[in-house]
Design a protein around this ligand. Structure first.
Ligand SMILES: Cc1cc2nc3c(=O)[nH]c(=O)nc-3n(C[C@H](O)[C@H](O)[C@H](O)COP(=O)(O)O)c2cc1C
Length: 364
């Protein structure tokens, strides 16, 4: 496949990426003290730096934004410095990297929240789902997500400011881009979806109202670091974390147009089928392509052949690979040479150390 589109460079914002293969954001729950990224995390990402772009695992913008133990943050000085070690290692290998900005909203538990508070959400509606905590006796456990409290109107500007501050920190750490995580049922997706957002103020009700909070976040992040460094991840038709939104494709198209007006660098679509949603239609892919003029990335269940076909049909500019990158640090080379792929082991996806993280073999 060495002459394939996948291996051609692409300009995104002010940055030239070496190829059109993206490493998808993947939570691996291996942050260190103070939820800061470590040298082990740097080794893991540097091993995968031949991707045209790495999108980091989701990184909480505040302690309130955390929903799982051992995930890295981007709000303290130690966290900025931990991430700087990672980005420096990726840049040293010639790679480029975006930080995924995360607030989990209702997918959390008082054990993870500041002062043991209830998690926050657009509305006080509990999600059917799990989060991962360290229990008071020190043992880790998957527990049902807690009943959240609805955010008061006057709390929203503080969360917008947390996103802007996190974006500023990301650039300070050396990231080439940030990706605002508005997918997979976390806070921003909870605002978009009517089953998790039943507000009666300007942030709930109509599609435009439900989109308002995300657009305020995007505007603040753009003001902090510039639109050419900003992308957003959406998951139209996604059902993960108890999202049920009959208007999710209309919402994605509305947002894609709003992102075009704001000159965002990229839009990243997390396709639904890997997590139980209905596959995207060809018609929707075409509409999305027309609605967003920046770099369009898509992700979910791709291999070299299907990714190349999508680029060939001009339905995306880049394709992201998730699980294949866990098990294949040299995925780009393997795709180019049609080499066999290592299989990922789901038992080591979350938590632990080197095993199942930095010890997958590269080709000789
Ligand atoms: C272990 C694991 C962790 C993930 N963590 C995140 C995350 O932090 N942020 C996110 O947007 N998606 C996350 N995802 C979803 C992936 O980015 C991707 O959409 C999904 O794995 C489908 O792509 P694939 O079939 O190439 O693996 C995660 C997926 C896996 C398997």
């Amino acid at each position: 496949m060495s002459d394939a589109l996948l291996f051609t460079p692409i300009q995104v914002g002010k940055t030239r990426l070496n190829n059109r293969i993206v490493m998808a954001p993947m939570t691996r729950s291996r942050a260190g003290a103070g939820d800061a990224a470590t040298t082990l995390n740097a080794t893991y990402y540097a091993q995968r730096a031949s991707a045209g772009l790495i999108v980091s695992e989701a990184s909480q913008i505040s302690q309130q934004g955390q929903g799982y133990a051992w995930t890295p943050g981007i709000y303290s000085e130690a966290q900025v410095s931990g991430w700087k070690t990672v980005v420096d290692a990726v840049h040293a290998q010639g790679g480029h990297m975006a930080l995924q900005l995360w607030h989990v909203g209702r997918i959390s538990h008082p054990l993870l929240q500041p002062g043991g508070a209830d998690p926050v959400a657009p509305s006080a509606i509990q999600a059917k789902g799990q989060c991962f905590v360290i229990q008071p006796d020190g043992t880790p456990a998957n527990v049902p997500t807690a009943l959240p409290r609805a955010l008061a109107l006057n709390e929203l500007p503080g969360i917008v400011a947390d996103y802007a501050n996190a974006a500023h920190n990301a650039v300070k750490a050396g990231f080439d881009f940030v990706e605002v995580h508005a997918a997979n049922g976390y806070l921003l997706n909870q605002f978009l979806s009517p089953n998790s957002n039943q507000r009666t103020d300007a942030y709930g009700g109509s599609l435009e109202n439900r989109a308002r909070f995300l657009l305020e976040v995007v505007d603040a992040v753009v003001a902090a670091i510039g639109a050419d460094k900003v992308g957003v991840r959406l998951s139209p038709q996604g059902v993960f974390n108890d999202i049920d939104d009959p208007e999710s494709t209309a919402m994605a198209l509305y947002l894609a147009k709003a992102f075009t007006q704001r000159n965002l660098a990229f839009l990243h679509i997390a396709e639904p089928d890997w997590a139980g949603g209905q596959p995207l239609s060809q018609e929707f892919r075409l509409q999305l392509r027309e609605a967003f003029v920046g770099t369009l990335i898509t992700c979910g269940g791709y291999n070299a052949t299907t990714a190349e076909a999508l680029l060939g049909a001009n339905l995306a500019d880049m394709v992201a690979f998730g699980r294949p990158f866990i098990a294949n640090p040299d995925l780009v080379r393997r795709l180019r040479e049609n080499a066999p792929l290592n299989e990922p082991d789901p038992n080591t996806f979350y938590g632990g150390a080197e095993a199942g993280y930095t010890d997958y073999p590269a080709l000789a």
